[in-house]
Design a protein around this ligand. Structure first.
Ligand code: C2E
Ligand code: CA
Ligand code: CA
Length: 806
């Protein structure tokens, strides 16, 4: 630090001292001069008085004697005094006795300035006393040399002033030197020393160590420096350590093979490393502030937060996840989540390792372990595993599944004659065709060679239905595999044999089921190939029968083989109130087939929808024809059975209304019979449909009441009109029997709900009277009439007042 001299305290002090002392000196000198003026006046007066006094007597005597000579001696003596330049003695006659004078001093400007201050009488006349007194005119006249007096005085004053100034300057200089020596210089030294302190590593020796204020100051500085140095050293050491550890952790993060995310416990990312950015194809900064869940397929911010909360201090957790990179690709990762506490704050460090390669390898191993390498189908192991699972599942839910064991009929010949590559191509094509035609939930496997096995889980609610569907699939497979294979320009034919086993069967395991299918396959081979066989012969005939029925139903619709028959419903006084339309199939070979043998199959195969629509239209058309011919007043309604599947069709209501319009039948003449199970299973939908149809006057009957849930409480909420007591309650009904008690409850409840009751299957008079006793007034049964053809029924109607009693 370099000070300019004029900025130094010593100089400033000296300058002030100089100024002040000069000013004070000047004032005091002026005061002194001023005070001296009076004193000087006094002194001159005294001197003049003394001189006059000295010569007064002599002058008086001279006047008395008129001694001019002596007079001149006196005046000459008087002007010897430097302050007197003219002296005259006047005698008592007023004449000039003696006079002496000399030139006064030069009237310089100093003299004129002095005389300005010395305003006094310079002309003095002193009377001379003569005895005896005469005329008292004698006197001594003196003129003072004012220029001389002023000159003398001014010179002295100037000298005085000069001396004062000189002493002021000397004082200021001394002051400057002292202040510089004792204050400024040490302060400067201390300042330089402090400056050195800033750069030096060790404390330089104290620049000042006298026991005074500056000494204290310097010592204070030294102490402060030592303390600061100590602190700085500590701080530096800490910073050093920190930066080492920061560097360490950063290089640890950046050089780690794994992606690392440092998150807050709420899953917000606060830092991520290069690998994280690399693996998610983004940059490190774009992670900051986002939730880790943004990059996860399996976790949400909430589930991550919950997971992080479970991580203990010493219990990291490991998980697998799929991360989504910025291109939307999935990256499988294995992540280790560690809880960390930094500065009393909790963090979660996630180390995520890309396990794509491992997953791929696992997948390969899985495929090798569970899949056939040639066709990509499941292998035996996976198949048996799935079969076991399906068997367990079906044992619980009482559904049925099927195993289809397939073998290509002429494969060995083709393979041996045309070579393995062609054989392999055929196997692959078979696999493709099978995968295409089998349902999605099926497992298709290759057991080696030309053996294929298909697992069809959840195929039917009954073993029979399952068998039929399995047979259907088998037929489809046979059809598909009979199509020639085009390989390398060869057109190759290769039919298939299929053995089928249905499961579950409590007695048999998965392996036994498989063996059963194999046994059935063997049977096909011996019976002539390109066909299927069930292990269970009953199943074989049932399935075949059902298949036949199904096929037959197709034909029946096409060939108009269905008929509607009508069974009268009568009142207690035997009037025909209406009829129930019942389906009959007039088979070209087998004659009339009752609905019991085909309705369920039609229901399960879905054909019932088409058949049902046909029935509806035919029933309405028949009713329209009768109306045209004329219907008796007593005839109220025609009841038509509606299957659940048909009723649940989305367009059912529209269809019915359309048919009513088409045949011009008022809804009031129609009663739809539905089962309570169907109603309760789809309460909401069924109820809505019923309400819509009800608006057109259509009434509803609950069929087979008593065989299902029989929940009248629920039925109360539906727009029902008729309740048909199932035949099982009517057959053999006797008053006061157990059955009668049940029927009584049904009738009482129906009354309360305002429902008309019709008893089904009334065959005897006893049954009728028992029913009447219980309050039932509607009947249907062989007692009154068997179902009749349309013509027969109309004829019956015509016979008014006819009694049905035989
Ligand atoms: P269901 O609706 O309970 O029909 C009454 C069945 O009882 C009829 O059998 C009828 O012939 C029979 N039956 C009537 N009175 C007596 C009797 O006194 N004694 C005995 N033993 N039987 C009597 P069917 O015609 O064989 O019909 C059987 C079932 O087939 C019907 O039972 C119904 O569930 C269904 N079905 C019949 N026709 C149709 C139809 O057009 N559509 C639909 N979806 N199902 C129909
Ligand atoms: Ca019915
Ligand atoms: Ca019934």
């Amino acid at each position: 630090m370099s000070f300019k001299f004029i900025h130094r305290i010593a100089f400033k002090q000296a300058r002030s001292v100089l100024l002040i002392s000069v000013l004070l000196g000047f004032i005091s000198a002026s005061w002194q001069i001023y005070m001296d003026i009076d004193l000087e006046k006094q002194r001159i007066k005294q001197t003049v008085a003394r001189i006059i006094n000295l010569h007064q007597d002599t002058a008086a005597r001279t006047v008395y004697n008129l001694d001019t000579l002596q007079g001149e001696e006196i005046t000459a003596a008087l002007i010897l005094s430097p302050i007197i330049h003219h002296a005259t003695i006047i005698d008592d006659f007023g004449d000039n006795l003696a006079t002496s004078s000399r030139d006064p001093a030069d009237k310089t400007w100093l003299a004129s300035m002095g005389s300005h201050f010395f305003q006094f009488n310079s002309h003095i006349e002193e009377p001379l006393i003569i005895t005896p007194p005469n005329q008292n005119n004698a006197r001594l006249i003196i003129d003072l040399d004012t220029a001389h007096i002023a000159n003398t005085y001014v010179h002295r004053a100037i000298a005085n002033l000069f001396m004062t100034l000189i002493s002021s300057v000397i004082l200021a200089t001394i002051f400057l030197v002292l202040i510089y020596r004792y204050l400024s210089q040490p302060i400067l030294d201390i300042a330089n020393w402090v400056n050195q302190l800033r750069q030096s590593e060790v404390c330089p020796p104290l620049p000042y160590n006298k026991p005074d204020e500056l000494g204290d100051l310097a010592a204070g500085f030294a102490r402060l420096w030592e303390e600061r140095k100590e602190k700085t050293d500590q701080l530096n050491e800490t910073i050093n350590r920190l930066s080492k550890s920061e560097h360490f952790s950063r290089s640890l993060m950046d050089n780690a093979g794994d992606a690392m995310f440092l998150c807050l416990p709420d899953s917000t990312i606060i830092r991520a490393n290069h690998q994280a950015a690399d693996s998610l194809k983004t940059d490190e900064d774009s992670f900051i502030g986002k939730s880790l869940a943004k990059f996860s397929k399996n976790f949400t911010a909430k589930t991550l937060q919950e997971l992080f909360a479970t991580i203990g201090d010493k219990q990291p957790c490991t998980l697998e996840d799929i991360q989504i990179n910025s291109l939307g690709e999935f990256v499988p990762v294995e992540a280790r989540c560690i809880r960390m506490c930094l500065n009393d704050k909790d963090y979660i460090l996630i180390l995520a390792r890309d396990i794509s390669v491992r997953k791929k390898a696992e997948q390969q191993i899985f495929e090798l372990a569970f899949f056939d390498t040639l066709t990509g189908l499941a292998n035996r192991r996976l198949f048996i595993d799935r079969l076991n699972t399906a068997m367990q599942f079906h044992q619980d839910n009482q559904h049925y599944g099927a195993v289809l064991y397939m073998d290509l009929d002429r494969f060995k010949t083709i393979n041996d004659s045309l070579g393995h590559s062609i054989g392999d191509a055929i196997l692959c094509e078979v696999a493709k065709r099978l995968t295409r035609i089998l349902p999605e939930n099926a497992t298709c496997a290759r057991f080696g060679g030309d053996e294929f096995v298909a697992l069809l889980p959840d195929t039917g609610q009954s073993a029979e239905l399952c068998a039929e569907i399995a047979a259907n699939h088998a037929l489809q497979i046979l059809e598909e595999l009979v199509i020639p294979f085009e390989v390398d320009g060869h057109q190759l034919f290769c039919s298939t044999s299929i053995g089928i086993a249905i499961f579950p069967d409590k007695k048999h395991s998965a392996m036994e089921t498989l063996r059963h299918a194999d046994t059935a396959l063997y049977r096909v081979k011996t019976l002539g190939r390109n066909s299927f066989q069930f292990f269970d012969p009953e199943m074989q005939s049932s399935a075949q029968e059902r298949l036949e029925v199904e096929k037959g139903l197709h034909q029946a619709l096409k060939n108009n083989e269905f008929e509607l028959w009508f069974q009268p419903q009568v009142s207690s006084d035997d009037k025909i109130l209406g009829a129930e339309a019942l389906l009959r199939w007039r088979h070209p070979d087998k004659g009339i087939i009752m609905p019991g043998s085909f309705i369920q199959i039609a229901e399960e195969s879905g054909q019932i929808v088409e058949i049902g629509n046909w029935i509806l239209l035919l029933a309405l058309k028949q009713l329209a024809a009768w109306r045209e011919q004329g219907l008796p007043e007593s005839f109220k309604r025609l009841a038509i059975n509606i299957s659940p599947l048909q009723f649940m069709q989305v367009d059912f209501v529209d269809r019915v209304l359309e048919m009513l319009d088409q045949t011009r039948i008022p809804g009031l003449l129609i009663e739809l019979e539905i089962t309570e199970n169907m109603l309760l299973n789809n309460f909401e939908i069924a109820s809505n449909k019923m309400k819509l149809l009800k608006k057109r006057g259509i009434s509803f009957a609950i069929d087979d009441f008593g065989t299902g849930y029989s929940s009248l409480r629920y039925l109360h909420y539906l727009p029902l009109d008729v309740l048909k007591i199932d035949r099982s309650f009517v057959t053999g009904l006797r008053p006061s029997s157990e059955l009668a008690a049940i029927v009584a409850v049904i009738i009482a409840t129906a009354d309360r709900l305002n429902l008309t009751v019709i008893a089904e299957g009334v065959e005897t008079l006893n049954e009728k009277s028992a029913l009447m006793e219980l309050g039932c007034n509607g009947f249907q049964g062989y007692l009154f009439s068997r179902p009749l053809t349309a013509q027969q029924f109309y004829d019956k109607l015509q016979q008014a007042e006819q009694t049905f009693l035989v």
